[in-house]
Design a protein around this ligand. Structure first.
Ligand code: SF4
Length: 339
């Protein structure tokens, strides 16, 4: 708290991005020690790849309230066409941060907080944490002067809360680079033991997921919900109009069934004696139907049997079950369709 001229104490408030990783926890700890009331924000990825539980647990241990903001269709637009490009896979890290920080900024203004802070460290990541990227992200998220990076603040221009004396710059840190030593030392000092490994979890950095997402963005999708099911199953593309997704185990079969679009076709061996396949696309002809059935047979215990019949139905018309004879597929044919 600081004294205002009319002697009324002002509570300094800040919105902190909490991921559950060590850097975000340390940043919150440091800001709290400056007497600032911290409100946490956790951004949940549409694909559920990051660990919300850990972030909420960390917030509870810090004694701060944390809200969850969901990344949605707007985020998918960014993944589709990021202004600042991709990292090693389909991760649009700079645009992703701009989007999240801008939303954190809106939240900051809505609750009358004084600034936003993050656990970013100068030079830790080549794409989004070099000096020029930090500045650009701050500018494009409309947080100029209001975005504090407590772990490296002494190496950056003073922010408005520092200039106005709301927080003491001398008590902020000057960590830079990729080393984790100073953070681990601070974790020992603060007895922080439970945190996520650095940079873990984002599916957009996973080459397999990125390939499927790219295929979907290139060929189109009907609903945002459809993109969530990209994290399950084996994916095959028959043509630009038809895609086939096959569950690898029962939980995946179940997830694929429940996230299927109402115009998708579901393929299964009678009595569920094999994987579930979801065929995406409208009005498939006989060839694609036999291939869908062939994939179901190939990945079932009937792999070496003569061609079997596979049941299929439209998601929105579960009562109209039809049958199609599977086409035996060679490994080369399967490999060619793999996404
Ligand atoms: S790794 Fe994923 S969550 Fe993190 S900034 Fe990049 S795109 Fe965003």
């Amino acid at each position: 708290m600081i004294q205002q001229s009319n002697a009324q104490p002002k509570t300094v408030k800040a919105v902190g991005l909490i991921s559950g990783g060590l850097d975000s926890i340390l940043a919150a700890k440091i800001v709290q020690e400056l007497g600032v009331k911290v409100q946490g924000v956790y951004f949940a990825m549409p694909w559920g790849c990051c660990d919300k539980t850990k972030a909420l647990q960390a917030s509870a241990q810090l004694g701060i309230d944390c809200i969850v903001l969901q990344l949605d269709e707007r985020y998918l637009e960014i993944v589709k066409k990021p202004k600042h490009g991709y990292g090693s896979a389909l991760n649009p890290c700079v645009d992703c941060r701009i989007h999240m920080f801008a939303r954190a900024g809106q939240y900051m203004r809505s609750i009358g907080a004084d600034f936003v802070f993050t656990g970013e460290i100068l030079g830790q990541r080549p794409m989004s944490q070099m000096r020029h990227s930090l500045r650009m992200i701050e500018r494009e998220s409309q947080l100029e002067g209001c975005l504090l990076r407590p772990l490296c603040a002494q190496l950056l221009e003073p922010t408005i809360p520092e200039q106005e004396g709301l927080i003491d710059r001398q008590r902020l840190l000057n960590i830079s680079g990729r080393t984790r030593k100073p953070q681990l030392e601070l974790a020992r000092r603060y007895q922080i033991k439970d945190f996520l490994p650095p940079a873990g979890g984002c599916l957009l950095t996973d080459k397999n997921f990125a390939r499927r997402m790219k295929d979907t963005l290139d060929h189109g999708y009907r609903t945002f919900r459809e993109t969530i099911s990209l994290k399950w199953g084996r994916h095959f593309r028959y043509s630009k109009d038809f895609k086939l997704v096959l569950g690898r185990d029962e939980p995946e079969n179940e997830s694929l069934r429940s996230f299927a679009h109402s115009d998708d076709l579901i393929f299964e061996v009678e009595n569920k004696k094999g994987p579930t396949l979801v065929l995406k696309g409208y009005d498939p002809g006989p060839e694609v139907l036999t291939i869908a059935a062939g994939l179901v047979q190939r990945f079932s215990s009937f792999k070496d049997s003569p061609e079997i019949e596979v049941e299929y139905w439209l998601v929105k018309d579960r009562t109209n079950i039809r049958k199609v004879r599977a086409k035996k597929l060679s490994d080369e044919e399967i490999e060619r369709m793999k996404v």
